[in-house]
Design a protein around this ligand. Structure first.
Ligand SMILES: Cc1cc2nc3c(=O)[nH]c(=O)nc-3n(C[C@H](O)[C@H](O)[C@H](O)COP(=O)(O)O)c2cc1C
Length: 447
């Protein structure tokens, strides 16, 4: 089996307990999502559904990135090295390799045979408008530089051969749409679903080059790509599904609501229309989905792709910054920086650098390295016992924030940095610490 094949990763993750197979029959309308969500929330695992009503020989994967440990194992890096390895991949990208034609067996449906009903797109959250493609990565080409671009866009199935596609301002795909609008009727794209986790992370990053370069370095070998028939586009060789088509630049459709990473439903909105010309998939394909508003949505949408950027920015102020964390429970609005300051005020400078690194971050909390940032209660404890908000809280009113922040007014938010650190020698570092016996089980053994 090949290293770039998602199937190999799935097998490994099942063996290590990060993914659980579900062989009971499930309906893709709501039932699949409610089982996957319960598995995520209660068991901390992702799911591979093997028995889908109406879709013989197809599996659905949900929750590849339910925990950081699962992400690290999927990428075959130590958990402690996860962020640094993404940062290193950004600094030293590796170009993809090109096959002249498709090198894998694939079933292809084109023209009148295109039917999106044959793809097991789940209807997820209770009030979602319908079946949404949530883990689809859109391949597009910059009309000027001719470089490839890869990004996620939510897509609602409308009928046999149409999806809506949400293209937010500021995305590269939106730049290409604008560039094409004056001269062309449509913008060709290919949507691929079900790929190696390194490609998933790379496509979630804002990157001025071809995102597969980041994935290549993360994997340690060039990502193999294949061409897309009449379209001048390239997709990863091992993609499970590929939908080819074009965005109609003249039409808009209303779509939504859909659960968003804010934990709320994104409202109905006017989006673009994507017409699908062909659907291809590997034999016994694995369709991949990301639960809207679930943990994975936040980990892949807000945490993993942004932490390396924040880390780089904070490190530029002090090389002694130890870690950054964008906790999924903060919906991408909160960042934590781990830093032991030597001088008064230094932690706020570091916090400001992290805050400035990404527009969507609303609040940064800086803590000493004795705080276990994986625990929200430790963070609260640090803020309450080590910060005096009169002096340790910096408020920055009327900054551009996250477009989906429900507390924003006309897109503007008050940003903040909380310095919850103390200087070396502070009595606050002298915490009560019990030593736990290494052989604890012995104390609770029967008899
Ligand atoms: C699961 C997921 C869903 C996303 N949905 C959308 C979307 O519907 N519309 C959009 O414009 N961006 C969406 N994004 C964000 C972009 O895909 C992301 O910012 C990407 O890095 C844009 O890259 P680019 O502008 O460098 O091409 C989503 C991201 C993730 C991870």
């Amino acid at each position: 089996m090949a290293k770039q094949d998602l199937r190999e990763v799935i097998n490994r993750q099942i063996l290590s307990g990060h993914l659980v197979e579900v062989s009971q029959p499930v309906d893709v309308v709501h039932e699949l999502a409610s089982v996957a969500h319960a598995a995520e929330e209660r068991l901390g695992v992702g799911t591979v559904f093997r028995n889908l009503g109406g879709y013989p020989d197809v599996s659905v994967l949900s929750g590849m990135f339910v925990t950081y440990q699962a992400a690290a194992d999927a990428l075959e890096v130590e958990l402690s090295q996860l962020k640094r390895s993404i940062l290193e991949a950004l600094a030293d990208p590796l170009a993809p390799s090109h096959h002249q034609k498709d090198a894998l067996d694939r079933e292809v449906f084109a023209g009148q045979d295109v039917d999106l009903q044959t793809v097991p797109i789940p209807t997820h959250a209770p009030r979602d408008a319908g079946p949404y493609v949530t883990a689809g990565i859109v391949a597009s080409r910059d009309p000027e530089t001719r470089r490839m671009n890869y990004s996620y866009h939510r897509m609602l199935r409308l009928d046999r051969n149409h999806l809506s596609i949400m293209i937010n301002p500021g995305r590269h795909l939106d730049d290409y749409r604008l560039a094409a609008e004056g001269t062309d009727q449509s913008l060709p794209v290919a949507v691929f679903i079900g790929v190696h986790p390194a490609i998933m992370i790379a496509a979630a990053m804002r990157y001025p080059g071809d995102e597969l370069e980041i994935a290549g370095r993360l994997l340690g070998e060039p990502i193999e790509t294949v061409p897309c028939g009449q379209y001048d586009l390239r997709v990863p060789l091992f993609s499970e599904y590929t939908l080819k088509g074009s965005v109609d630049l003249a039409q808009r459709v209303v779509e939504g609501p859909m659960g968003e990473f804010s934990g709320l439903y994104g409202a109905k909105s006017e989006e673009y229309l994507l017409e699908i010309d062909s659907i291809s998939h590997r034999p016994q394909p694995i369709y991949q989905t990301i639960l809207p508003a679930g943990v994975e949505h936040k980990v892949i949408g807000a945490s993993l792709p942004r932490e390396p950027v924040l880390l780089k920015s904070a490190l530029s102020v002090s090389p002694e910054v130890k870690d950054v964390y964008i906790p999924p429970y903060g919906s991408g609005l909160l960042a934590v920086v781990v830093f032991d300051p030597r001088y008064e005020g230094q932690a706020k400078n570091v916090g400001m650098a992290a805050l400035a690194a990404y527009t969507t971050i609303k609040s940064v909390i800086v803590v000493n390295s004795d705080i276990d940032i994986s625990k929200a209660e430790e963070l609260f404890w640090a803020v309450l016992t080590r910060a005096d908000l009169q002096g340790d809280l910096a408020l920055l009113p009327r900054f551009l924030g996250h477009p989906m922040d429900p507390a924003a007014v006309r897109g503007l938010v008050t940003k903040s940095v909380i310095d919850a650190t103390v200087l070396p020698g502070s009595p606050s570092l002298d915490r009560v610490a019990y030593e736990h016996p290494a052989d604890l089980d012995r104390y609770f053994a029967a008899g």
